[in-house]
Design a protein. Structure first.
Length: 118
């Protein structure tokens, strides 16, 4: 069982930076993937970024590539999403998730709201 708790959301202006954190507890193995997803009002949840605990190997959605950076602190079992040059279209609830086998995401956090005003 893995528990995930996100933090760091808030209201910012376009062009600002924001860092989200996801604290993971439970048994975490190096092959687990950690992902960030987001869901804007009236839209489906979409993939933002993911990273593998052990080897890293980050990947990003095209919409955030070059602006967002995912990282992990293995000692703290925390995953971060550094959001730079944010845009109003980044406004959403951001969720952290954990995938055990890489086929689907098995555990989800409760989400944290990010609001970007122009």
């Amino acid at each position: 069982q893995v528990q995930l708790v996100e933090s760091g959301g808030g209201s910012v202006q376009a062009g600002d930076s924001l860092r989200l954190s996801c604290a993971a507890s439970g048994r975490i193995f190096d092959n687990y993937k950690m992902g960030w997803f987001r869901q804007a009002p009236g839209k489906e949840r979409e993939f933002v970024s993911q990273i593998t605990w052990g080897i890293g190997r980050p990947s990003y959605a095209d919409s955030v590539k070059g602006r967002f950076i995912i990282s992990r602190d293995n000692a703290k079992t925390t995953v971060y999403l550094q959001m730079n040059m944010v845009k109003p279209e980044d406004t959403a609830v951001y969720y952290c998730a954990c995938s055990i086998l890489g086929l689907k995401y098995d555990y989800w956090g409760q989400g944290t709201q990010v609001t970007v005003s122009s």
